[in-house]
Design a protein around this ligand. Structure first.
Ligand SMILES: [Zn+2]
Length: 265
């Protein structure tokens, strides 16, 4: 007969939690093998010993008990990194929820060690005082690439006449005409393709500054991009452009993003 143990260990970060029953919670953990829902019984009781070890966005180690036909049950939990700023600061928490939501929505449970490393790193940096807007823009480029939705920012994705344009894109501060963001074809278009395009809803203008930032955010490490100052105007343009891009590809606007925009007024 099988001697497979009913107990096993997992390390993961808490992506979200929802109340269940009178005192329990279902906790969604992102691990190196993907995301998994587990049941933390009694965690909402005042003297629960697990409570402090399964806070939102924390990195934690759990001992789970296998259950057939339901969620596996948390038998023990021991936090590895608490990330208290993400729990205590509303705005940082909103950025963290957005990071978690993209990981959930783009991957739907199936993910590998790269996503786990990325999300864990972004939560740690957010909690550690990194510029949250810049970090979020960098994360978007990384998570899109991992999910197979990597935007093309370096050559024109436009089509004119019979063929594809493929013009290399080298945005310069003194460019006099805008580039375009083509949601449908998944990337940027050159001046000529943007001027020639008549699809109103899936192509929007993109400034040279925003395009060169998108190129850098996609190809450079986060430590690299923090060497440059992101102008306020470009930051706003990038946030709007990527919101549209992601909404188009998810077909629904992420709920956490809506809160983030509303809270700024
Ligand atoms: Zn073109």
């Amino acid at each position: 007969m099988s001697s497979k143990s009913k107990l096993y260990r997992l390390e993961g970060v808490v992506l979200n939690r929802r109340d269940h029953g009178e005192a329990d919670r279902v906790v969604k953990l992102l691990t190196a093998e993907g995301s998994v829902d587990v049941l933390a019984k009694g965690i909402r009781k005042p003297r629960s010993r697990k409570a402090g070890h399964l806070e939102l966005f924390a990195k934690t180690q759990v001992l789970l008990s296998r259950v057939t036909g339901s969620w596996d049950i948390v038998s023990q939990a021991e936090v590895v990194q608490v990330r208290s700023h993400l729990q205590g600061d509303f705005q940082l928490g909103t950025y963290a929820r957005y990071v978690a939501e993209l990981a959930i929505r783009f991957f739907e449970g199936e993910a590998g060690p790269q996503l786990y490393t990325l999300v864990d790193d972004v939560f740690a940096r957010l909690d550690g005082g990194a510029n949250p807007a810049l970090l979020t823009r960098w994360y978007e480029q990384q998570v899109l690439a991992l999910a197979g939705f990597r935007p093309e920012w370096r050559t024109c994705v436009g089509e004119r006449g019979a063929g594809l344009c493929h013009a290399p894109l080298h945005p310069r501060a003194d460019d006099r005409h805008p580039y375009g963001l083509d949601l449908e074809r998944g990337g940027a278009v050159c001046h000529e393709c943007f001027a020639a395009d008549t699809r109103e809803h899936t192509v929007r203008p993109l400034s040279p500054s925003a395009l060169s930032w998108l190129q850098a955010l996609q190809r450079r490490s986060f430590d690299d991009v923090t060497q440059f100052a992101l102008p306020e105007r470009t930051a706003k343009e990038l946030a709007q452009a990527m919101e549209q891009y992601i909404a188009y590809h998810l077909e629904r606007r992420p709920a956490a993003l809506r809160v983030l925009h509303d809270s700024r007024g």
